[in-house]
Ligand binder design. Structure first.
Ligand code: GLN
Ligand code: ZN
Length: 752
């Protein structure tokens, strides 16, 4: 029977994060490799059987990974960087590449397209001799086969693999394409022996990022090359997160069996269907990037529209991308009125099968009919429930215009300089100080109602007191309260705002064994009460120095959440901005002079297609400005962003008009600062001089070298001195001496 349904990939971390626990226990030496293998095999089996029992025709293998699929591809191609080649044990070598070892620093990690999932960046050199290691794939295939499943083999395609690689001398990574294609071909030949018919899914999301003519030609050449592969291998080319019309149009005559397209995040894909030329269309209509139930009626309408352009028998219904980006299943969530509106990976599998039945059966059963009706009613409820709609917020949103802050930035900075009277090269930190066991325990106990709110408050205040006295001893100029009340910079605010829901088990893999639990924005956002004022004013009352208030910005809160889809993201972000603007007004009224609004995820939200960037930049900047619009001339607004890829966005950052921006530069040196200089950036900048990802304690000399080098790019009057990012993952034993050295270096430079 020809397949009718397909899942692009399934989450691997496990219902109860079993893989996380097994990995961490193995890493710490508490359990053996056999135990890790056993847990992994059990998880694969369980995940396959879930999809099988629900009726999915094409289930993936090789979507499992101990760390990351790009890293698995590096191993499959034997593209091991030189510094790991001396590690002979394959498993030790694998984890050394991911996490570093005694003698070799870990490979770089970066975000996968516009998701919060991180992949390992391949490092290619001219010395690399690619060769095939198909052992993982064959093992997983055979495991599935033993369970009566003939799985589809998931592979990252050669163009995406190379396109995301870095090369030794900055050479074109596609120089390696010939060699890499040869290995893929060998792999396809090898897997052709595994079954009567073998399905292979080649993921080429690179094709949604405005592919160049050259990339398109290379893709076509590569696929043509696979034409000679054994006839029982059916190749599916899959793209996601956006449309890939250019690529699809070019692939009409290639020997592909099917093409997988994301119709949720790339509606333009509909324009590509005419070019299918009898190929199967894997229609991604179940959103793999968000957690809302599918609007079945809308999906069926879309599928019927697609069917006008291609033989409907060629349509296979699928998820829009791997379900890796959503939590496992809803059944572990405690009762809540929003549960009905949501669909996690397991439920998405069911939706895919149901859609296929509704689409393919000319007559609907009574049961399916009632499921469809139920879905229609839930969708209406989800968009109109009093839990969702807040007329006051809607009214306010309508009348509010993006406010220009009072005064020009020159005027503001001058006024602030005169009142704050900070020394040249003022020193500060980015907000959080080490999160001790004690403080984590305090928060946990409070959440579980094991201590009273008085006890909790006392504990937090004690941390703040100590944090302030440490900072005074170190000699920092602008202090922070240390963020002891926050476990996470988005969750903390989400929990205090209306319109947010927090799951109990909604874990999503971020990298390796690390998972996050993104907040869910389901309704209009408002701020019933001040969120930070109590802690910040308490902290200010304990010091004569300036205490910097600390908030997370409207774009970052949005980008790190699952967001409702019945409103544009720009509007949801605007509601958050309005709530934050009230907080800023209250902080100001309470006497806080400096307020930092973190936008750590500003860059992450950038659209994958260039044509959509201007729109994003416009509303993202507008909402940031709206959030800080209440700040008077004398209130200094800081913002912070901790990544190094600013090249194309400096002008946008400038238009945010923060008085001070702190950025990450400790590893990258002056290159970033130069970009600010070249663009004529006028406001003040705090380039990071302390790499907070490393446990090292840099010397006074090292700091002084860093600072002097920053001063070669920008005048002293424009610079602040600070770490790259927050210090919450470091230990006090590292932070105290390091910041002391940083401040000493500044003092020496001031008096020189
Ligand atoms: N204020 C936050 C902190 O210091 C900023 C974190 C971030 O940028 N990721 O922890
Ligand atoms: Zn940061």
């Amino acid at each position: 029977m020809e397949p009718k349904t397909l899942i692009t990939g399934f989450p691997r971390i496990g219902e109860k994060r079993e893989l996380k626990k097994a990995l961490e226990s193995f890493w710490s030496g508490k359990s053996s490799i056999e135990e890790l293998e056993k847990t992994s095999a059990n998880l694969r089996k369980k995940h396959w059987q879930i999809q099988q029992s629900k009726g999915i025709d094409l289930i993936s293998c090789n979507d499992f990974s101990w760390y990351d699929n790009m890293l698995d591809t590096i191993v499959m191609l034997n593209a091991i960087p030189r510094r790991f080649q001396s590690i002979s044990d394959k498993i030790n070598r694998y984890f050394a590449m991911a996490r570093g070892s005694k003698d070799a620093v870990a490979m770089e990690m970066t975000k996968w397209f516009n998701t919060n999932y991180h992949y390992i960046v391949p490092e290619l050199s001219n010395k690399i001799r690619f060769s095939l290691d198909a052992s993982k794939i064959i093992k997983e295939y055979e495991e599935a086969k033993a369970l009566g499943i003939s799985p589809k083999i998931n592979l990252i395609g050669p163009l995406t693999f190379l396109g995301l690689s870095k090369t030794e001398n900055g050479d074109d990574p596609y120089n390696h394409l010939g060699a890499v294609t040869t290995v893929y071909k060998e792999l396809l030949e090898k897997v052709s022996e595994l079954d009567e018919t073998v399905y292979v899914q080649l993921d080429e999301p690179m094709m949604v990022k405005d592919p160049s003519q050259k990339q398109l030609e290379l893709l076509k050449e590569t696929l043509d090359c696979f034409a000679a592969v054994a006839g029982n291998v059916r190749i599916i080319l899959t793209t996601y997160f956006e449309h890939s019309v250019e690529a699809v149009t070019l692939l009409t005559n290639t020997p592909l069996w099917g093409i997988g397209l994301d119709f949720v995040h790339g509606p333009d894909n509909i324009k590509a269907i005419n070019s299918l030329n009898g190929k199967k269309l894997i229609a991604g209509v179940v959103d793999g990037r968000n957690i809302w139930i599918n609007n079945l009626e809308q999906s069926l309408e879309l599928l019927n529209k697609i069917a006008e352009k291609t033989d409907r028998r060629n349509i296979i219904i699928s998820s829009s991308c791997s379900l890796l980006h959503v939590p496992f299943g809803l059944e572990n969530e405690p009762d809540n009125s929003v549960n009905n509106w949501m669909s996690f990976a397991k439920e998405k599998v069911e939706e895919t099968v149901l859609l296929s039945r509704l689409f393919n059966n000319s007559k609907q059963t009574e049961n399916d009919q009632s499921l469809l009706e139920q879905n229609r009613a839930t969708i209406i409820e989800k968009e109109t429930s009093p839990l969702v709609v807040n007329n006051e917020v809607l009214e306010r949103q309508k009348i509010s215009k993006t406010n220009q802050r009072e005064g020009s930035s020159d005027e503001r900075l001058m006024l602030q300089k005169n009142t704050f009277k900070l020394p040249p090269l003022p020193t500060t930190t980015i907000g959080s100080f080490p999160q001790t066991q004690e403080i984590r325990r305090l928060r946990r106990n409070f959440k579980k109602f094991e201590i009273t709110s008085e006890q909790y408050e006392e504990g937090i205040k004690k941390y703040i007191d100590e944090c302030i006295s440490e900072q005074e001893e170190i000699g920092l100029d602008v202090l922070v309260h240390g963020e002891p009340e926050r476990n996470d910079m988005v969750e903390y605010f989400g929990e205090m705002l209306e319109g947010f829901h927090f799951t109990t088990n909604g874990w999503v893999q971020s990298y390796g064994s690390r998972c996050v639990k993104p907040p869910i924005i389901y309704g209009d956002v408002s701020r019933p009460n001040p969120m930070t004022v109590k802690w910040i004013t308490y902290a200010q009352s304990k010091t004569k120095k300036i205490m910097k208030g600390m908030l997370t910005g409207p774009v970052t809160i949005l980008n790190w959440s699952f967001v409702r889809v019945d409103k544009p993201r720009s509007e949801v972000s605007k509601q958050i901005a309005l709530a934050l603007s009230d907080e800023i007004r209250d902080l100001q009224t309470a006497g806080i002079k400096i307020i930092q609004v973190d936008e750590a995820a500003f860059k992450e939200g950038y659209p994958l297609r260039k044509m959509n960037i201007a729109d994003y930049e416009t509303w993202a900047v507008e909402n940031f400005r709206l959030a800080v619009s209440q700040a008077e001339k004398g209130t200094q607004i800081h913002t912070h962003m901790c990544y190094s890829n600013f090249k194309d966005i400096v002008d946008t950052l400038e238009s945010m008009d923060a008085d001070v921006i702190t950025i990450e530069t400790a590893r990258s040196g002056n290159s970033l600062l130069k970009i600010f200089k070249e663009s004529g950036y006028k406001n003040e900048i705090g380039p990071g001089v302390y790499d907070i990802h490393s446990p090292r304690i840099p010397s006074v000399q090292e700091f002084s070298d860093q600072i002097v080098s920053r001063m070669e790019v920008l005048p002293m009057e424009q610079l602040w001195i600070n770490p790259d990012c927050g210090l919450k993952t470091r230990k006090w034993e590292e932070v105290k001496p390091t910041l002391t050295n940083m401040v000493k270096a500044v003092q020496e430079i001031r008096s020189a």
